[in-house]
Design a protein around this ligand. Sequence first.
Ligand code: IPE
Ligand code: IPE
Ligand code: MG
Length: 246
Amino acid sequence: MELENQIDKSRLPRHIGVIMDGNGRWAQGQGKPRVFGHHSAVESVRATVEACAELGVSCLSLYAFSTENWSRPEMEVGALMQLLVDTIGSEMETLLKNNIRLRAIGDTSQLPEATRDALAFGIANTATNEGMELILALNYSGKWDLTQAIRQVAGEAAAGRLDPTTINESIIDQQLSTREFPDPELIIRTSGEHRLSNFFLWQAAYAEFYFSPVFWPEFRKPDLYAAILDFQQRERRFGKTSEQLT
Ligand code: IPE
Ligand code: IPE
Ligand code: MG
């Protein structure tokens, strides 16, 4: 049976996060500049977005630019920022056709103006779509997210609107940039690296991790199906014993 048909549609991860990694190494392995890898990655993004929307996944988060990625060569950062502008434009048809709503998390105020404008256009243009939420993590990091959440909670407490003894997990959840989305149930990282690189720190508390050796520019629908099938074979115990789950 084809991989896609083996997936149990009633047990899909509600939220999938992808750490899209390996663009640079993939390009360099072919004697090409790193940015060639970034450009080729657009095809992988389209395949993954389409596959998730077709299956009926509710939320897909793509880690596109971390707060640490500013340390890359200026030329590469510039190319990534321009690529975002071009891709939001070129992929609008795919988003509209699949009823996808574009969202963004991260400190987008620090992005170049053209990138902010393209993002604002993409978000506004898909705002009434009711299908999958496609969340771009841009200038995002888990530590940034927790820091801004803590800052807001502390502000509320300092203003006397919140009693610090009442702070609980749900109050923190409500200040995170992901407040409107369920926690990711499956986090995929490509390119054979086994780390979170400051992605969803709080939100990944009970996520299942799937590591693929495939470099991101070569990632296609069957790779996504394989990750979901692997997820569906796992027993998610949430601290309980196996017997308690039956
Ligand atoms: C992922 O690919 C893209 C971003 C982080 C923006 P990389 O550019 O990290 O590729 P490698 O890991 O250097 O091969
Ligand atoms: C993680 O990839 C960030 C994104 C995919 C946006 P990196 O390539 O930047 O991570 P490290 O530096 O290898 O940890
Ligand atoms: Mg990398």
